[in-house]
Design a protein around this ligand. Structure first.
Ligand code: HEC
Ligand code: HEC
Ligand code: HEC
Ligand code: HEC
Ligand code: HEC
Length: 318
């Protein structure tokens, strides 16, 4: 769906204090065009046809939302580039051709909660969690990447830190006025005048028509989240945990189709340290997993449906 040009021009001229009005129009547009809804949080994305049609398309190109409304992050006009680059990837991070910057963040981990029943060792989040946390902990701007689209638009210093001036050098796409000094992180909740993501996307406290993102801004305190960086509970296999049936050098997984390859719909442990561990990507695939061609990706980027707690019961045998 595309928003009529006149409406798009209107949006681009909107001042911040008029956002409520313009947002209402977008939402009305979404309803009028009958956006597909699975059992998921409300969204303008169809969730059908791959990552470009999910919330992980940070250009929002498939929503019909005017890019003029989202002047709080560089719109690079490409889906993958917010996370990956074909060249000049982050050499410090053994994640797939990783284009995002990391901060040396210390996380509060689940074991610090002190539950008496926990048996396995909890380590700092591994790479297959740090990738997600580089957006979801709210410390790194959404558009903080190393290699921007276009040749020569590479900043080696970005591998270790957020380079505000480099991010400002991106030339905004037509309709997007300026992003200078407005590179925001998911969890930021600054006033609407400076535009942190949660200033609009925080439900009743923000202009309520922007989707509420507060649950996605999980922060650096992981004590209330399913443990990550936690060792595979080998001693308890056959007791209250199920043993994965394929172990490769770097990954151990529950193979469903017998091909001994870790397919997107298969739950896994990653060898991010001395042993296999549970990480964010054990349960989630950031590209979305569609159970059948043409069907919506599973809600919340899960690798398999959690109906009847099937996802939990892949590992836990209770
Ligand atoms: C929101 C961030 C994000 C975006 C956008 C994204 N990816 Fe990924 N991608 C990841 C993460 C994180 C992993 C590692 C997953 C893991 O730990 O197993 C990954 C892994 C991969 C892999 C390795 C194999 C696999 O499936 O895990 C390929 C290939 C890949 N991505 C391609 C792409 C392409 C092509 C695009 C654009 C169409 C894209 N990705 C967009 C985050 C992203
Ligand atoms: C480039 C930044 C970025 C990266 C990297 C990233 N995300 Fe997201 N993610 C977002 C944004 C922005 C949203 C939109 C917030 C929303 O709609 O709730 C989102 C939404 C989500 C949602 C909610 C989707 C829904 O249907 O409600 C889940 C779950 C999620 N991300 C998991 C992950 C996991 C797991 C990883 C790593 C494998 C990851 N994300 C990596 C930016 C990112
Ligand atoms: C000035 C208000 C404002 C700010 C600040 C803002 N957004 Fe938005 N955003 C909107 C509006 C309005 C929409 C369209 C209505 C909707 O989908 O919630 C939208 C839509 C989105 C969507 C599509 C949601 C969906 O599933 O349909 C994503 C993803 C998104 N914004 C990400 C972000 C991120 C990431 C940031 C911070 C870097 C951010 N937004 C900051 C107003 C804002
Ligand atoms: C053991 C499996 C598992 C692990 C590990 C895991 N998640 Fe989730 N996550 C889930 C399930 C299941 C849901 C859906 C919950 C629901 O529908 O309410 C979910 C939901 C989410 C959501 C949507 C918000 C919400 O609360 O519903 C986000 C964002 C998210 N996960 C991010 C992450 C990140 C980031 C990590 C790593 C720090 C992570 N997850 C690790 C299973 C997991
Ligand atoms: C990839 C495998 C895996 C999946 C999937 C998984 N878990 Fe876990 N879970 C673990 C491991 C490993 C531990 C740590 C067990 C220990 O040390 O006692 C754990 C710990 C827990 C704990 C904390 C136990 C304690 O003693 O404090 C709870 C509760 C839990 N999981 C519930 C769930 C739920 C609910 C789901 C589904 C949404 C789920 N798990 C999915 C592997 C998994």
């Amino acid at each position: 769906m595309t928003i009529p040009t006149s409406l798009r021009d209107l949006f681009s001229k909107m001042r911040m204090r008029r956002f409520r009005f313009s947002m209402a129009l977008v939402v009305v547009g979404g309803v009028a065009f009958g956006m597909a809804q699975a059992a998921d949080y409300p969204t303008n994305f169809s969730n059908v046809g791959g990552i470009a049609y999910t919330r992980h398309n940070l250009t929002q190109s498939t929503t019909g939302i005017s890019s003029a409304m989202m002047t709080v992050r560089n719109n690079y006009g490409e889906v993958c580039v917010y996370c990956h680059t074909p060249h000049g990837a982050n050499e410090n991070i053994a994640a797939p051709l990783w284009n995002r910057t990391f901060k040396d963040t210390t996380y509060q981990t689940y074991d610090q909660l002190g539950t008496s029943t926990l048996t396995a060792t909890v380590n700092a989040p591994g790479l297959n969690s740090l990738t997600c946390l580089s957006c979801h902990d709210g410390t790194v701007a959404i558009d903080s990447i190393i290699n921007m689209p276009g040749s020569g638009r590479y900043n080696a210093n970005s591998r270790t830190s957020h380079q505000e001036a480099f991010l400002d050098s991106w030339v905004a796409v037509p309709g997007q006025t300026t992003v200078s000094g407005k590179h925001h992180a998911l969890a930021e909740n600054s006033p609407a005048t400076t535009g942190g993501c949660l200033s609009c996307h925080s439900g009743p406290n923000g202009p309520e028509v922007a989707t509420d993102f507060t649950v996605a801004a999980i922060g650096t305190d992981l004590r209330n989240d399913h443990p990550v960086g936690i060792d595979i509970p080998t001693p308890r296999f056959g007791v209250d945990f199920r043993e994965p049936n394929v172990n490769l050098d770097r990954i151990s997984f529950y193979d469903l189709d017998g091909d001994s390859k870790p397919d997107a719909n298969e739950i896994r442990y990653y060898k991010t340290g001395s042993t296999y561990r549970v990480e964010c990507a054990s349960c989630h695939d950031p590209h979305g997993v569609s159970p059948a061609v043409g069907s919506p990706v599973l809600p919340t980027f899960l690798r398999k449906t959690n109906a009847s707690s099937a996802l939990c019961l892949t590992c836990h045998a209770l």
